[in-house]
Design a protein around this ligand. Structure first.
Ligand code: PGA
Length: 234
């Protein structure tokens, strides 16, 4: 594991952007696993800039996002499809048909099975971006008694609903369920980068220097061969 403590969020985004740049230089048609949330926005801004400058080419890139709120349409402003379009995909030369977010409107079992099949068909994820929840979740894989395997429909933990309520008009609007990639799929990514700002310092330390336990889902990453953690000082 490589562990960076950066002075601020800008510096965190710079280091993450360099990792993405290296990945695309090595493999133009990379499969990128992407994440939503406040933390990756600085990285996405940099990827847009590098694309506009002609340094990064996304024309052959395929993407799979970690998760989606159940029941939200792609046009809903809080859906993760909307987030990805507005923070990244609408501004780079990626083909929209090469971007994938779990289908939150389909019957859950079918949506989960199809998402796993899709990831397998793509040959797995080359570089997976992760954030971390205040409770140690990655994707929406919440603390549990076992590490979940494939894509699954989950009931969000109260801590997650509370943390994400800031983005909705009212807490009651936060969906209770989501579809999320499972831990096995995340662990199968060839490379993983986890970004966390200072507010996540304690849970990051617990996840990476504490016991490996499904009660802290991110702790499983201690067993991954190629993981970079970037903790910002801000
Ligand atoms: P955040 O979310 O980047 O908005 O803090 C991260 C997460 O919950 O995984």
């Amino acid at each position: 594991m490589e562990f960076y403590r950066t002075k601020d969020n800008e510096n965190m985004a710079d280091i993450a952007a360099q990792i993405f740049q290296r990945q695309l230089e090595q493999k133009l048609d990379s499969v990128l696993g992407l994440a939503t949330g406040t933390t990756p926005i600085g990285l996405y801004d940099r990827l847009i800039l590098l694309n506009k400058k002609g340094i990064l080419d996304f024309s052959k890139v395929r993407t799979v996002n970690l998760d989606e709120y159940r029941g939200l349409t792609p046009e809903h402003e809080q859906s993760y499809r909307y987030f990805m379009n507005s923070h990244l995909f609408d501004h780079i030369n990626i083909k929209k048909e090469n971007t994938n977010v779990p289908d939150a409107l389909k019957e859950a079992e079918v949506a989960c099975r199809e998402y796993d099949e899709l990831i397998e068909k793509l040959g797995g994820v080359d570089l997976q971006l992760l954030g971390i929840g205040v409770n140690g979740h990655i994707g929406f894989d919440e603390p549990d008694t076992v590490f979940p395997k494939g894509t699954q429909c989950v009931k969000l933990a109260q801590a997650t609903i509370d943390a994400n309520a800031r983005l909705f008009n009212d807490k009651s609007e936060v969906p209770e369920y989501a579809i999320t990639m499972g831990i096995r799929t995340i662990m199968m990514a060839k490379q993983i980068v986890l970004l966390a700002n200072q507010s996540k310092k304690e849970i990051v330390e617990q996840a990476f220097y504490g016991d490996i336990t499904p009660q802290v889902p991110a702790s499983v990453l201690q067993m991954h061969q190629n993981v970079t953690v970037i903790l910002s000082g801000e």
